[in-house]
Design a protein around this ligand. Structure first.
Ligand code: HEM
Length: 395
C-alpha cells in the first residue's frame, strides 16, 4: 500500500498559501533547492554552513554592529548568547505572558464593544506589543506605533509596483521608516541612555551602537518578529474559524493540543517560505552525501515540511497527532534550524495560542470576510490582510 493509500483524510489538501507561493515566490538564482527534511537538518546544523542571505548594506559595516541574522561563527554565537535571556521559558512565563494577556484583553474588549474587527490589525497590535517589550520600544503609545509600522510595511510592498508608482512607494517607505525612527526609536534610546533597562535597546546602548544602527536592529525585529507573527496569527485564525471540528478540538484541548494544532498549520502554511545557506567548508551529510565548500542552498521550508518520508501519509492535511506519531520536532522546519534557528519561536507560539484561545471564545465569533493574500519579500512569505471578524456586540 502506498503512503497516499494509507491516508485517513482522503488525501485532503488543507493548504491555503500553496498556490500563492507557487505563483509569487521568486528565490534568488544560483541556490540549489533542498526539499528533503533530513538533508535540510544536516545542512542547517552543520558548522560548515553560513547564512546565505546577502545584504550589501552591511558589507562595509563593522562586523560587531551587524544584526544577528547576518552574523556567523563566534560573533554570532556570542550575540545569540547575549540575547538568549529574552527568549527563555522563564522570560516568557514571567515577563512576556503579562504583555500577551494584557494586549489580548484590550483587543478582544474592543472587538466585543464594536462587534467587528480587522484581524491583521488586531494581530499586529499583539505582535508589536510583545516584540516591543523584548526590544525596548516602550516609550510611545503602542497602538500608534503598531499603526506606524503597519503603514511602513504597506509602503515597502508598494516598492515593487512598476514605474512611478514604485518610485513613490520607495519614497513613502523611506519617509515612514524615518517617522518610526523619530517617533518610536529615538525616544526609546534617549530614555535608555539615562535609565538602563533589561531589553535589546539597553544592551545596544551599552555596546555603543549609534542611533542609526539601533534603528536597523529595530527593523530586523519588526520584520523577523512582528510581521511574521501577524501573519501566523491570521493564518491560524482563518483555518480555525472555517473548520468547526478543528476549532472544537482547539477549544476543548489543553495547551499541548492547542500548540500541536498551531504547529500543523505552520507546517503546511509556513510563514517564511525559504532561507539561504552557503557552505564555507566541505561537509558530509548523514546519508553520506558530500557537500563541497562554495555550494549554495535554498532551504525550501514549504516543501521540506511536506517531505512524506518525514511527515508520513497525507502531508497536506492538518493532523495534530502527526509530529508525535512520526517522532518529529513539533515545529518541523518552520522556524529554521541550527545556529540561526528563530530565537522567538516559543514567544510566537505562545502569543498566537493566547490570542486565538481568547478570540475563539468571543460569543458569536465568525469570519465575515476572508483575508486577501499577497506576498512580502522582506519575510519571503505570505501576507494576509483585510480579514474581518464579527461577533455579538456586548451590551
Ligand atoms: C511565526 C512567527 C515567526 C516565524 C515564522 C519566524 C521565522 C524565522 C526563521 C525561519 C528564522 C531563520 C532565518 C534564517 O535562518 O536565515 C528566524 C530568525 C529570527 N527570528 Fe523569527 N520567526 C517568528 C517570530 C519571531 C519573533 C516573535 C521574534 C522576536 C521577538 C523573532 C526574531 C528572530 C530573530 C532575531 C532571528 C534571527 C536569528 C539568527 O539569525 O540567529 N522571530 N525567524
Amino acid at each position: 500500500m502506498s503512503e497516499a493509500d494509507a491516508c485517513p483524510f482522503s488525501n485532503r489538501d488543507d493548504r491555503k498559501s500553496a498556490a500563492l507561493a507557487e505563483a509569487e515566490a521568486r528565490p534568488d538564482a544560483g541556490f540549489a533547492p533542498i526539499v528533503n527534511f533530513d538533508f535540510a537538518r544536516d545542512v542547517m546544523r552543520s558548522p560548515a554552513m553560513v547564512q546565505g542571505m546577502e545584504a550589501d548594506y552591511f558589507k562595509d559595516k563593522e562586523p560587531s554592529k551587524v544584526p544577528v541574522i547576518f552574523l556567523d561563527g563566534e560573533l554570532h554565537k556570542k550575540r545569540r548568547a547575549q540575547l538568549a535571556r529574552y527568549f527563555t521559558p522563564k522570560a516568557i512565563k514571567d515577563r512576556h505572558r503579562k504583555v500577551m494577556d494584557q494586549t489580548t484583553d484590550e483587543v478582544m474588549a474592543q472587538l466585543r464593544r464594536t462587534g467587528r474587527g480587522q484581524l491583521d490589525v488586531m494581530s499586529l497590535r499583539l505582535a508589536c506589543d510583545v516584540a516591543a517589550e523584548i526590544v525596548g520600544l516602550t516609550n510611545t503609545d503602542p497602538d500608534a506605533m503598531s499603526n506606524r509600522l503597519r503603514k511602513k510595511f504597506t509602503a515597502s510592498g508598494k516598492r515593487k509596483r512598476p514605474g512611478l508608482a514604485g518610485k513613490l512607494g520607495a519614497l513613502e517607505d523611506v519617509v515612514r521608516t524615518l517617522w518610526f525612527f523619530k517617533r518610536d526609536v529615538v525616544p526609546a534610546i534617549r530614555h535608555r541612555q539615562k535609565h538602563d533597562r533589561d531589553d535589546v535597546i539597553s544592551f545596544l546602548v551599552r555596546e555603543g551602537y549609534s542611533d542609526q544602527e539601533i534603528l536597523v536592529e529595530c527593523m530586523t525585529y519588526a520584520t523577523a518578529g512582528m510581521i511574521t507573527t501577524r501573519e501566523f496569527i491570521v493564518m491560524c485564525a482563518w483555518h480555525l474559524l472555517e473548520k468547526e471540528d478543528l476549532r472544537r478540538q482547539f477549544l476543548e484541548g489543553g495547551e499541548d493540543v492547542q500548540f500541536a494544532i498551531l504547529d500543523e498549520v505552520l507546517r503546511i502554511d509556513p510563514v517564511a517560505a525559504y532561507v539561504y545557506r552557503k557552505a564555507e567548508a566541505d561537509m558530509t551529510a548523514t546519508d553520506g552525501r558530500v557537500v563541497k565548500a562554495g555550494e549554495q542552498f535554498l532551504v525550501d521550508i514549504r516543501n521540506i515540511n511536506l517531505d512524506e518520508e518525514a511527515t508520513g501519509a497525507c502531508p497536506f492535511a492538518i493532523d495534530p497527532e502527526r509530529s508525535k506519531r512520526q517522532k518529529m520536532p513539533s515545529n518541523w522546519m518552520s522556524f529554521a534550524d541550527g545556529p540561526h534557528r528563530c530565537p522567538g519561536a516559543q514567544v510566537a507560539m505562545h502569543e498566537t495560542r493566547v490570542f486565538l484561545d481568547a478570540l475563539l471564545r468571543v460569543p458569536g465569533i465568525r469570519l465575515a470576510r476572508k483575508p486577501t493574500m499577497g506576498w512580502i519579500e522582506e519575510i519571503n512569505g505570505y501576507e494576509l490582510h483585510g480579514a474581518i471578524v464579527e461577533c455579538d456586540p456586548s451590551r
